[in-house]
Design a protein around this ligand. Structure first.
Ligand SMILES: [Zn+2]
Length: 213
């Protein structure tokens, strides 16, 4: 799904630009480039993945806007509602396949988190119409659970580090951290089993590989 610009082939000076997902700087690159190194943070950006993420995000937001506009509780015009829902579902399918492409390489951390939220939410919507397997829904849901647990863990660690709260509260946080570490181990095993069962051609790079308890 990479955009080709054959008319630009003989003109390598034609440039495009993208916002770096790591440091938010504008990065310029020739139209035909597949990768670019951010000249500010020196991270290597996979442009196929970056553009797939942006397409996925745009389609998801458009679909969400349609869903929110047609309140299913006020189905006075059922045909209109059904048509709008169908349009939204098509946008979600477009978003889902774009994000599958995006997740083939490592995204920026915020992109990764937002991407996981979108995949978890869309796969659940698709499940209502049996458009995805239960395993796939379970996979994205588990990645989302892992992500939420990691965010909570990091937040509590930071509070303890900053010496916030009284002794009782701090004790509660320490116990919660222990719970979260256990949960993390369980979810890790579950995700490994699901990855095996789904037999991905390429396992999505959807987890925070740098995270440590
Ligand atoms: Zn950068």
């Amino acid at each position: 799904m990479e955009q080709k610009h054959p008319e630009e082939k003989d003109n390598p000076t034609q440039m495009d630009s993208i916002k770096c997902p790591h440091c938010a700087h504008d990065v310029q690159f020739p139209f035909e480039a597949r990768h670019v190194i951010c000249n500010n943070c020196r991270q290597r950006l996979d442009l196929t993945s970056q553009f797939a993420f942006l397409r996925g995000l745009a389609a998801f937001e458009e679909g969400q806007a349609i869903v929110q506009e047609v309140n299913p509780k006020k189905k006075r015009n059922l045909t209109k509602y059904n048509n709008s829902y169908k349009t939204a579902l098509n946008l979600f399918m477009e978003a889902y396949s774009s994000l599958q492409v995006a997740f083939q390489t490592r995204l920026g951390e915020i992109q990764r988190q937002v991407g996981v939220e979108m995949m978890a939410s869309m796969s659940q919507e698709f499940m209502k119409h049996l458009m995805v397997s239960g395993l796939e829904v379970s996979y994205w849901n588990s990645i989302m659970v892992e992500q939420t647990a990691q965010i909570e863990y990091d937040g509590l660690k930071e509070k303890l580090r900053q010496k916030e709260g009284g002794i009782i509260l701090r004790l509660r946080w320490v116990l919660r951290l222990r719970q979260l570490r256990k949960k993390q181990q369980e979810i890790n095993t579950k995700i490994a089993v699901l990855e095996n069962q789904i037999a991905f051609v390429d396992i999505p790079v959807a987890r925070n590989s740098k995270w440590k308890a």
